[in-house]
Design a protein around this ligand. Structure first.
Ligand SMILES: [Zn+2]
Length: 293
């Protein structure tokens, strides 16, 4: 994204470091992220948009797609692999080669709208994964859980009114991108939290709103838009989650997955910019996903 940008390569090395330091790394099977195909992307983004992104990709230097979102000569490949990782993860989980998967990817995706890059995001990775599960694997109900501190406005734009997809989210409000409070459709379960909210408010949102909605919906697959920028140490925003809160929320969703999806969950990295807190929180999330005590 350019020098001094919070969405930086060091985020993935911070995750890698904490996976090693925590002893979690040896428990994980690794896969190289493939490039998403036009067919996979076109289930979410019009091909004209995909082509516009290909055309915008510079051969040198940096171009800005919006004030926060830039591309350098490597960004197109990274964005295609970020979406492709989510597709591969769905394939692995739905063909029972894995029960759960986590995609350590950049750029993130949940602000990307059908026809618009936004907020560090180019392709909506989790949306591409959801449509792949529905169209390539024939599922009928996929739930998306978004605990990033920012509202996933792109995911909402793509799926509002789509009865095959339920989106449950918490996010700081009022805050960028200033969406998510209008309840645009009955498949959206948004819980805005005020600045300063922490684990107590997270627990209320999950137990009072998310879990009853998920029990009604009975998803066949659960996807996470896993952003870790609601952490108290992350100064991108002003929520106060702790490492342990990420374990707790993952456990709650895992219990739903065990009831309805055979435990199948796919998680894709969104935000999280305080490097140490990001790495530690991903470890907590993965311990629960992978069943490592
Ligand atoms: Zn975020």
């Amino acid at each position: 994204m350019g020098a001094h940008h919070p969405e930086q390569p060091a985020r993935l090395s911070a995750i890698e470091d904490q996976l090693i330091a925590s002893g979690v790394a040896p428990h994980l099977a690794r896969y190289e992220a493939p490039l998403a195909t036009d067919e996979q992307l076109a289930r979410v983004h019009p091909l004209e948009y995909v082509q516009a992104i290909r055309d915008a990709a510079p051969s040198r230097g940096t171009v800005h797609l919006d004030p926060d979102t830039a591309m350098n000569p490597h960004s197109l490949q990274a964005a295609l692999r970020a979406a492709g990782a989510a597709v591969l993860a769905v394939d692995l989980v739905l063909t029972k080669k894995a029960t759960t998967a986590f995609c350590a990817v950049r750029p993130p995706g949940h602000h990307a709208c059908r026809f618009r890059p936004m907020g560090f995001c180019i392709f909506n990775n989790v949306a591409v994964a959801a449509r792949h599960a529905l169209h390539a694997h024939g599922l009928e109900r996929v739930a998306i859980i978004d605990f990033d501190v920012h509202h996933g406005n792109g995911t909402e734009e793509i799926f509002e009114g789509d009865e095959q997809v339920l989106m449950a989210s918490i996010f700081q409000h009022p805050f960028y991108p200033y969406s998510g409070t209008d309840n645009p459709a009955s498949n959206m379960f948004n819980v805005p939290l005020a600045a300063g909210a922490g684990g107590k408010e997270l627990r209320e949102a999950v137990t009072e709103t998310w879990l009853p909605a998920l029990d009604d919906f009975k998803p066949q697959l659960i996807l996470f838009s896993a952003g870790f920028d609601a952490h108290a140490e992350d100064d991108m925003a002003m929520l106060r989650f702790t490492d342990a809160d990420y374990a707790w929320v993952t456990k709650q969703v895992k219990q739903v997955a065990e009831r309805y999806t055979g435990g199948r969950m796919v998680s894709s990295l969104e935000g999280g910019y305080a490097l140490s807190a990001l790495g530690r929180s991903v470890v907590q999330h993965l311990r629960v996903l992978a069943g490592i005590d």
